[in-house]
Design a protein around this ligand. Structure first.
Ligand SMILES: [Zn+2]
Length: 664
């Protein structure tokens, strides 16, 4: 009993939590009980809240700190960085109940009515109004305001969609399962990185050590397309990938038609023209027409460079019939032979501690943020705690956990573990999987450095939000706007003036030599023409199928997909081409009518970056102040398109993107 009280008091403390204690075996041992108790308590509170008399409703009725969310978030973080049996069991067993409770709130008619009452009948300031309006909108898109009959239809559609998406993914997985390819001649993959080879070797282990087995995974595919000398093998991989889930019981085409039809019906039921309009309602971009037009323009302008890239490959390697499955291989070879430098040499300039310190200097120069390491123990020696302040005011705790460990989830991410302690302090996190040096010195690759800046950009956005309400902070902006501060900050690690602040040779202490910098700059736009055409193919396939080209038959579906491909490629059209049947991003994932956001994020980020660059000083105090005042500090107090306009003085244009990509 005493232990439980102790845990609760740690959680209630409006300060950095004792993570070493919270993640200790004795606490984890009772964690689920505590989660259950908190859940029951919050369920009761919620029921009580629903009984609030209309006349007693105020904005504060909806504002409540949830100890349950906080504790669950902390445990979830621990699972992501240390996914062992114990923590996995806790999360897996509790999560369904947690989700159920979330749904109980999300579909509560009374709660929705209370929000409406609050909006219409009580006094709210601008920010409060925006929060309540956003909540109401979220309820409405779940169909809460529809008639009973329409609600039933919506429920049916949602159920149908979830089953269809599941079937779509299963078909892809099941069909891919039977695919594998054995390479017995190491010579064919002699250029492949050792790590990739080792993985393939391990897969083939049962056969013989000298063999390499490749499967249908993205990593396997990329390895082959980039490094396999044997053209026939590359063609085989390309064609296989473009015929997954097209045949027999795995055929996804009828499922795609049903998904598109159900999504369209759902959108119309909720009062939207089509699914793209519904999806964009919550994003920065205005309409599908705007995206289609903008992307068509970019694609058009990318064509000459894409053509030049193909010609360069054809000339350099003297190939007359370049096919789509040759592109990755030769582009990579060209990059290495004509432009490349030794990645290992570059790494010597990016020592971890020096990069981290440089990043903190950069953020100080830009926004006056001071980052100081604290002597707080967390849960692992690699997990460090910092405090971030501005003008002497404490803004946030910042936990970093940068190095790879076997039980850590892959990739890198930024997260908020507590939106605010009393007094508006936050607790944000950056996690990555950098390879730690064995002799105590860690050298990062350029891509590691970019990752570090990227994730730090996300938390900076969160920390600098000045709204009183966490619902309006940086992490809550529109989905196609959220990558702006993160991608933007990456520029400072690539730019000479930024790099100067952290890149020092590990032995000599000298900066990156001119010749290397020049190569880096050239590589920045290498292959950008082709890349844009590829991105455009996927983005337009997605947007078209959800707006202007909703097909009714498999024939129409295939015809549109092929036509879209033809409009976006300069290479011969392959005989076998069916990328849509395994396009899980949009048919079983959150990217439906949202694939465009990858390139969109780059477009808006390059616009802002160009303003900094054109000023002649990437640390220009006026511009960084303006970016801070109009965007970073604003969080989502206004619509993203308005914030962007406040900074740029106009809407989105593509020139900065085109010039950064070397297209104009
Ligand atoms: Zn990001």
């Amino acid at each position: 009993m005493q232990l439980k009280q102790q845990i609760l008091s740690v959680l209630r403390k409006p300060d950095f939590p004792d993570l070493e204690f919270l993640y200790s075996p004795e606490v984890l041992n009772v964690a689920e009980d505590i989660l259950m108790e908190l859940l029951e308590e919050e369920k009761k509170d919620f029921q009580k809240k629903l009984k609030t008399l209309d006349t007693e409703i105020t904005f504060d009725t909806f504002e409540e700190f949830s100890l349950l969310d906080y504790f669950f978030g902390l445990l979830e973080h621990y699972q992501w960085v240390n996914n062992d049996e114990t923590i996995r069991e806790i999360i897996e067993s509790f999560e369904p109940k947690y989700i159920d409770f979330g749904n109980e709130i999300a579909y509560s008619k009374r709660y929705y009515e209370m929000l409406i009452y609050c909006l219409e009948k009580t006094f709210l300031d601008y920010e409060q109004k925006r929060i309540i309006k956003k909540s109401i909108e979220a309820y409405e898109v779940r169909g809460i305001a529809l008639s009973k009959e329409k609600q039933d239809t919506l429920k049916k559609l949602n159920k149908e969609l979830s089953e269809l998406s599941q079937r779509f993914s299963n078909n892809v997985l099941d069909d891919q399962k039977s695919f594998s390819y054995l390479i017995e001649d190491e010579g064919a993959i002699s250029d492949m990185p050792e790590d990739d080879k080792k993985v393939a070797q391990k897969r083939a282990e049962k056969k013989t050590e000298q063999w390499f087995l490749f499967d249908a995974s993205g990593a396997s595919y990329m390895s082959i397309m980039k490094y396999c000398r044997d053209r026939g093998v590359r063609q085989h991989f390309y064609e296989s990938r473009n015929s997954f889930a097209t045949k027999w019981k795995y055929n996804n085409k009828p499922i795609i038609l049903q998904i598109l039809c159900a999504r369209n019906s759902k959108a119309q039921l909720l009062g939207f023209k089509n699914y793209a309009e519904l999806s964009l309602h919550f994003k920065m971009a205005d309409t599908s027409e705007q995206i289609i037009e903008l992307f068509a323009d970019i694609s058009q302008k990318a064509r000459p460079k894409a053509q030049a890239e193909l010609s360069e490959i054809q000339d350099y390697f003297n190939i007359t019939d370049l096919q789509v499955w040759d592109l990755g291989y030769y582009a990579n070879k060209l990059r290495q032979e004509k432009y490349d430098f030794d990645e290992k040499k570059l790494k010597k300039y990016f020592e971890f501690e020096s990069v981290l310190a440089g990043m903190f200097t950069i953020i100080d120069k830009l926004y006056g943020l001071k980052v100081k390491k604290l002597d707080i123990k967390s849960y692992h020696e690699d997990a460090q705690v910092y405090e971030v302040s501005k003008n002497g005011k404490f803004l946030s705790y910042f936990l970093t956990d940068y190095f790879h460990r076997p039980l850590k989830r892959q990739g890198a991410w930024a997260n908020i573990l507590r939106e605010d302690f009393e007094g508006k302090k936050k607790f944000v996190v950056n996690v990555a999987n950098f390879q730690k040096g064995s002799d105590g010195i860690t050298l990062l690759t350029l891509s590691d450095v970019e990752t570090m800046f990227h994730e730090f950009g996300h938390v900076t956005h969160e920390m600098l939000s000045t709204s009183k309400y966490s619902e309006l902070s940086g992490f809550h902006v529109e989905w196609d706007f959220v990558e702006l501060p993160s991608q933007l900050l990456e520029n400072w690690c690539r730019d000479r003036a930024g790099m100067k602040l952290f890149a020092k040779h590990i032995d000599s202490g000298r900066g990156v030599p001119e010749e290397m910098l020049e190569k880096l700059e050239k590589l920045d736009t290498f292959g950008s023409g082709q890349m844009i055409l590829t991105q455009n193919t996927y983005a337009m396939m997605d947007m078209g199928l959800h707006s202007q080209h909703i097909p009714e038959t498999e024939k129409e579906l295939d015809a549109y997909v092929l036509e879209n491909h033809k409009a976006n490629t300069l290479l011969p059209i392959p005989q076998i081409y069916s990328p849509h049947t395994s396009f899980t991003h949009i048919f079983d994932g959150g990217y439906a009518s949202g694939y465009y956001s990858y390139m969109w994020a780059e477009i808006i980020e390059k616009e802002v970056w160009k303003v900094f660059k054109d000023s002649g000083d990437i640390f220009s105090p006026e511009i960084s102040r303006k970016f801070h005042d109009t965007i970073l500090s604003q969080g989502t107090t206004k619509k993203a398109s308005e914030l962007f306009r406040d900074f740029m003085g106009r809407g989105v244009e593509i020139d900065a993107f085109l010039s950064e990509k070397g297209l104009i």
